[in-house]
Design a protein around this ligand. Structure first.
Ligand code: ZN
Length: 284
């Protein structure tokens, strides 16, 4: 299944995207796609319910805004420098153990919502990433079982203000957490939709120019390892998101570095997880 949420920010309704690309309203199922939904086996209950109801569901207009495809999770955890070529362009050694940081969940927005530059920003940068959605509570999970704890995958752009991240007093969180810095979607693809999460092409363009182009096979630490690894340090809850890092081609690594300005258009996508685009707007 491909889950979507549509409507005004903060008032999104749940829906699905069919194989034929139609958006259907599943509000009648009576649940939002949130922690409780995933925890209570919502995916398989929804699938069963759809078998009896899909034909009569209202269609949703393509012009309606898409929100993030799941409700605000308890955690949005990111993996730093998880592609060797990105570590090199950042002037860092590939890590021996995953580098992790949190991104504020208030940064989450819809996939095509405008990117609003933070006040005082001069170094806002892009990062196309594969994000994992946790399907059930995970504590001390062995790697060989880890994929059982994955509900699905979605597209994430881990926007980063490099000055806030690297020059404003240590720790990366300040540069990662600004409003609109975590567009998610267009949809959440359930695990069965993605045959191998380590074999997906990914790309990002700025004003029509391809700047990132890689594959998830280039990750240093893969999906199963990361779920298992993180669960050794914290309990992962249903709906939690793990963003698995970005490949080379960010603005920070360019010579000279290149950052986003109001009016720029950013487009990005991952094979099997759709694509999206939006505009950069000045700070409020
Ligand atoms: Zn990142």
């Amino acid at each position: 299944m491909k889950l979507i949420r549509f409507g005004e920010a903060g008032h999104e309704k749940p829906g699905i995207l069919t194989e034929a690309g139609k958006r259907l309203d599943v509000s009648a199922f009576g649940e939002d796609f949130d922690e409780r939904f995933f925890q209570n086996d919502g995916l398989s209950r929804l699938e069963t319910w759809l078998a009896g109801h899909q034909a009569s569901l209202p269609e949703v207009s393509d012009t309606l805004r898409l929100g993030p495809p799941l409700g605000r999770p308890s955690k949005l955890i990111c993996i730093g420098l998880n592609y060797a070529d990105h570590a090199r362009e950042s002037g860092a050694q590939p890590p021996k153990e995953p580098i992790i940081f949190f991104k504020s969940t208030t940064a989450i927005c819809g996939p095509a919502d405008d990117l609003i530059l933070p006040r005082g920003s001069v170094k806002t940068d892009w990062e196309v990433e594969l994000a994992i959605v946790i399907g059930k509570k995970a504590t001390y999970v062995p790697e060989h079982d880890a994929l059982d704890y994955v509900a699905g995958y979605l597209l994430h752009n881990d926007y980063s203000e490099r000055e806030f991240q690297l020059e404003r007093g240590g720790q990366w969180v300040k540069g990662k957490s600004c409003d609109t810095f975590a567009p998610l979607g267009p949809f959440l693809a359930t695990r069965d939709e993605i045959a191998d999460p380590q074999e997906l092409a990914m790309w990002l363009r700025v004003n029509g120019e391809t700047v990132q182009q890689s594959r998830t096979s280039e990750m240093i630490f893969g999906v199963a390892y990361l779920v298992s690894y993180l669960s050794q340090f914290m309990t992962l809850l249903p709906g939690d998101i793990i963003s698995t890092g970005t490949p080379h081609g960010v603005g920070l690594g360019m010579k000279p570095p290149r950052y986003l300005s109001a009016g720029d258009r950013v487009e990005w996508g991952i094979e099997g997880l759709g694509e999206t685009s939006h505009f950069v707007k000045p700070s409020i």
